[in-house]
Design a protein around this ligand. Structure first.
Ligand code: BDR
Ligand code: CA
Length: 350
């Protein structure tokens, strides 16, 4: 299995990333760290512990290390209109966690120690929240770049920014291609300086896979997917009717997570088909790269706009504020750079 460390800000889609990272047979999860983002660090840490409990990992050795409570040099942002005040609103089946976050060691130290114990060029680091912890990790331990196999990030929005064959616009109308501002995706907007430091590190960028909104909007949790998650694949064998009629607690929890997420995506973005389930794709990219298509190995340079307005609540809708925008340039064939797949085989991932 692929050794993996997951850094998350557990909200609705991070919960699915956790489920996948913990239970995919192809993954060996080394540990978890939490970061500010969808809600406060205390809330994202609580949510992470509660989801671990729900998916029956309370007895496992997977530890949760709280990381940064705010961006490198700004105030924290939160996505209450998408994930609720707790970061995981709408979850009546969420258990109160017995699992407790680790104390006495920082997330950066825990990550470094765990990753360095593994063989070189084997570990994947996956980030599904603001990039503060990841930026700090590589600032404190630059040698880690050579040791990891890859860094998979859910973040960014490309829209028409590709110099050729644009992926197309997501959500909304007009020129909007971000989800927090018309230009910026939430994880990158949360801590643009952290993101910028990662993409400007050429050795690290070469090992990075970016999963932007353009891709995650190909992975919608439609009503039929939500139904499948609740009831499982219906089998012809009617002896399974008990399971079909009475979904487990885990199924009910993950179903209500999607129902809440679907409602906020409908309310905020008018997306009726179903919410894009962003974060599990970053996990999948680490252990199943072939479910993504990156058009014959194309690679990109990524820069992040750090100028502009950075507000901590709500969706700043200015048409000119480009803070947190990911600006993408396609590199000549064969040149090293960031991998940004163009397409995902959504049915395979489900
Ligand atoms: C990202 O922002 C968060 O709200 C989600 O959990 C996801 O990581 C999508 O822009
Ligand atoms: Ca997230």
């Amino acid at each position: 299995p692929v050794p993996m460390w997951l850094d998350c800000d557990t909200g609705h889609d991070d919960a699915f990333a956790l489920l996948l990272a913990v239970h995919a047979p192809a993954v060996s999860l080394l540990g978890l760290s939490t970061v500010h983002g969808n809600a406060s660090l205390d809330d994202t840490t609580y949510n992470t512990c509660a989801i671990l409990q729900a998916i029956r990992c309370e007895l496992s050795r997977i530890e949760v290390y709280p990381g940064a409570s705010k961006p490198l040099c700004r105030d924290a942002v939160a996505a209450a209109d998408i994930h609720g005040e707790s970061g995981l609103d709408g979850t009546t089946w969420l258990p109160r966690p017995i699992v407790r976050a680790a104390v006495g060691i920082t997330a950066v130290d825990a990550m470094y120690t765990a990753i360095m114990k593994e063989r070189p060029q084997t570990v994947w680091l996956v980030a599904t929240g603001a990039l503060t912890n990841i930026a700090l990790l590589f600032a404190v331990h630059p040698d880690l770049v050579n040791h990891i196999k890859g860094l998979s990030i859910m973040g960014g929005a490309i829209g028409g920014g590709f110099t050729d064959a644009p992926m197309g616009k997501i959500g909304g109308e007009g020129e909007r291609f971000g989800n927090w501002t018309p230009f910026a995706e939430f994880n990158i907007y949360c801590d643009p300086e952290a993101a910028a430091s990662i993409f400007s590190n050429a050795d690290l960028a070469e090992k990075t896979t970016l999963i932007p909104l353009d891709l995650t909007h190909q992975f919608l949790a439609t009503a039929s997917i939500r139904n499948m998650l609740l009831h499982g694949h219906r089998r012809k064998d009617t002896t399974n009717s008990v399971e079909i009629n009475k979904p487990s607690r885990v199924r009910r929890l993950f179903q209500e997570i999607l129902v809440y997420f679907a409602q906020t995506y409908k309310d905020v973005f008018g997306l009726v088909e179903g919410p894009p389930l962003h974060d599990p794709l970053a996990v999948a990219a680490a252990f199943a790269p072939n479910v993504f298509d990156d058009l014959d190995g194309e690679r990109f340079s990524v820069s992040v706009v750090t100028d502009g307005q950075h507000v901590s609540q709500g969706h700043p809708e200015s048409q000119t504020n480009q803070c947190g925008r990911t600006v993408i340039t396609k590199l000549d064939h064969g040149k090293p750079g960031v991998r940004i797949p163009r397409a995902v085989a959504a049915d395979v991932v489900w």
